[in-house]
Design a protein around this ligand. Structure first.
Ligand code: HEC
Length: 155
């Protein structure tokens, strides 16, 4: 009987371990011809992420334009638009398809925009804003080098 319970516990742990690996660490990934990791999504999920990307780009354009005019309030506002609040629209089903490394870089990028918004308004220091922005943009570069978004096969 004792052995029976042990095997049940073992099987449950294996299932939990597999689930954690599949849905939290690995995501829905495959290989691609350009050697990046291909994340397989439905077209609406892909569209949602690409929309988020375009708003990243728009924030950066507005931040740099505002800095040229010494408008730190506007620069902070543009940074906040890509902060953590912007990621609340990502549904759990999409989260589970994203590999851990991708999620980490994504969360970190949103957090850095929030930090940039705070520091821009507090410090009013162009050099500091540009330094933080260029560091933040290393996230854009490294994520694009590692991942691409492709459509999953229709079931
Ligand atoms: C967590 C990963 C990740 C981060 C961080 C990231 N991107 Fe992306 N981005 C992607 C992926 C993946 C694609 C799709 C590329 C592909 O399929 O070839 C993409 C696509 C884009 C596109 C194209 C949008 C479209 O409509 O086709 C833009 C613009 C973009 N990213 C801007 C940015 C900017 C600016 C940053 C930094 C502030 C950034 N991204 C940060 C992963 C990321």
């Amino acid at each position: 009987m004792h052995k029976f319970y042990l095997s049940v516990i073992f099987i449950l742990l294996a299932v939990i371990g597999f689930g954690t690996y599949k849905f939290i660490l690995q995501g829905a990934v495959g290989n691609s011809p350009d050697n990046r990791i291909s994340i397989k999504l439905s077209s609406s999920e892909r569209n949602l992420l690409l929309k988020e990307m375009r708003s990243f780009l728009s924030s950066i354009q507005q931040i740099t334009q505002s800095l040229v005019k010494d408008d730190f309030i506007k620069a902070a506002k543009a940074a906040r638009a890509s902060g953590r609040a912007a990621q609340k629209d990502v549904p759990g089903s999409l989260m589970s398809k994203l590999p851990l490394g991708f999620k980490k870089l994504g969360f970190d990028t949103h957090s850095r925009f929030d930090q940039l918004a705070l520091d821009t308004a507090d410090m009013v220091d162009k050099q500091l804003v540009l330094t933080q922005l260029s560091t933040l943009m290393q996230n854009c570069v490294s994520c694009h080098a590692a991942y691409r978004l492709d459509l999953e096969k229709q079931q």
